[in-house]
Design a protein around this ligand. Sequence first.
Ligand code: NAP
Length: 285
Amino acid sequence: MAHIIDGKSISNTLKEELAQHVAEMAHKPGLAVILVGEDPASKVYVNNKIKACEKTGIRSIEHRLPTDTTNQITEDLIRNLNKDSDVDGILLQLPLPKHLDSDRLIQLISAEKDVDGLNLLNVGALVANVDGMVPCTPQGCMILIKSFVKDLNGLNAVVIGRSLLFGKPMAQLLLQANCTITMAHSRTKNIDAVCRNADILVAAVGREKMVKADWIKPGACVIDVGINRMENGKLCGDVDYEAALEVAGAITPVPGGVGPMTIACLLANTIKASRQGKSANFIIN
Ligand code: NAP
């Protein structure tokens, strides 16, 4: 029976450490959260992030804009927040309404306040293995992996999914930890065989229970990033969890695995942003 990696408990420990850290800071970090529109899931995520900030002692500054907000208004807001010394981190909740130019707006957030790690300077910093903002979910996954796998050197790691938000930075972090990386995606041939080679298997696709037990190498560490709503209304991941429990060495549940770590790492990035100082020569616009 696999060890269940308890993301909720690990994230709570991390959040307590962060709260202690903030308590000792003279300048309390501030996170500006921009939510455009009425997407119900985004509202829930934003509310959870704001609550987590409050508990940690981080100031949250909310900007809730109506669905018909223009690119110009959103752009002006981001530019003002970039200049505002009370704001250390800026979170633009995705997805934005379709009429907004997400790619452009994301890149307007200055790299030093880019707590999501999506500014191309931060993307480049990760690839170059220099200090920058690392996207929250892959950062959280590394903590979960390291809680079970003590020595990552030379292990085979397979990441299913190649998004800029998750798959690519996840692969970079595993590479930095000296794993041998394979990235799988929708065009990958014999994906089950590819996965069976993984000592560490990370699934971030968004397809309910796609990864079957016989895709998993016995003893492997399985990280399930997917969030899928089943017909019965409950959440499940990309891995067939119950069956995988019999084969994997360790596995994250959904919910209660990766999700809580994402928020904890957002708090960590906000604290990091506030410590960088305003003089970092890291600003793109
Ligand atoms: P995304 O941008 O839609 O990327 C999905 C990836 O899956 C793509 O690279 C796609 O390949 C690949 N894919 C699609 N069908 C596939 C198949 N049949 N076989 C193999 N690969 C396939 O999604 P994302 O933003 O990375 O998120 C992925 C999942 O993680 C979603 O369920 C999302 O909700 C979840 N997520 C959770 C958290 C969290 O905090 N827990 C954070 C981020 C994301 P192509 O590139 O070839 O199209």
